[in-house]
Design a protein around this ligand. Sequence first.
Ligand code: MTE
Ligand code: MO
Length: 383
Amino acid sequence: SDYAQEPTRHPSLRINAKEPFNAEATRRDLVASYITPVDLFLKRNHGPIPILDDIASYYVSIGGLVDRPAKLTLDDIKRLPKYNVTATLQCAGNRRTEMSKSRKVRGVGWDVCALGNATWGGAKLSDVLQLIGVPYHTEITLSGGKHVEFTSVDQCPEEKGGPYKASIPLGHATNPAADVLVAYEMNGEVLKRDHGYPLRVVVPGVIGARSVKWLNRIDIIEEECQGFFMQKDYKMFPPSVDWDNIVWSTRKPQMDYPVQSAICSLEDTNAIIPGEVTVAGYALSGGGRGIERVEISTDGGRTWSGAVRYQKEGVPYVPGDVTSDKWAWVLFKTVIDVRGDTEIIVKAVDSGANVQPESVDTIWNLRGILNTCWHRVRLLTIH
Ligand code: MTE
Ligand code: MO
């Protein structure tokens, strides 16, 4: 079968779909470290994992509306200045299972761990584009190019139109401060096959779907990418739109993700002995917005208390500070004293003062993306 040569994976992963392989870490594993080990990192695929081990003949074609089309080998990319960017990659489908409980949605079910935080090593896309004659901060080229399309080698099922593709606006791609990478390393090691070996794009602050793995082509194009995952998926619709009245063209492809947080030290329902309970998890927002507050409530959202946030253990997290990783999640931790049955709620506020919505119903959408409602877990006390 097409899936006869899949890589081996860590046995502790929670597998949500086997072929294509889609898996997430357990909650406790996910927040055990600020940097997610590669083995435990979200694996999100739409087809079999390609094998690209003939590096001598591998190259990325750069073309479209450019004067100097090029073929860049892995060495060409490695000769550009190398950057290490710590960025969280979150799938737009994170927490879909919970959304589906409110009203059924279509798509692979995910618990709260469809994300991971890694240090990606590679060249900046802005430098790659400069190499072929597109200067920094270009929103439109003389030949009318406005978007940068990434095409992969992996073959998605036929109805989803062949190789996986996505695009981002040219202004985003040519902004060196946006830290968009053509990456060849993950956590200081050569990128693993599951995560896009030999080259993948990493678009920090944007839903994972735009970070194309197993890069084959980069094209400057006039209109945004017309691929399935840009035009017929990963768009955010209001709750009134369902499969019988959807008009895909009425919405733009989703880019930034909204503010998000989840508790990972506890499952949805937990039997506990009364006493101190650790409430720990992650919070993040899109577009490079930091996390201003993480708040916990044990009275249904009437009152809230702040949780300690950190990235590096022992270093206070200050959103916007040059020492914090602007594209990365923050972890939080607090200890509460539990006397009887309790519901614990977490919500985060980002540096744009955006807050997670209280109820899933207000953000329900037919594809079950961007579930960012308050995250709740229940403690049932055993006496
Ligand atoms: N790139 C290719 N070529 N094929 C894919 O199926 N999935 C996308 C993105 N890039 C995908 C892809 C989606 S939806 C997500 S969330 C991320 O890759 C997941 O990256 P990861 O598996 O490295 O965590
Ligand atoms: Mo995704």
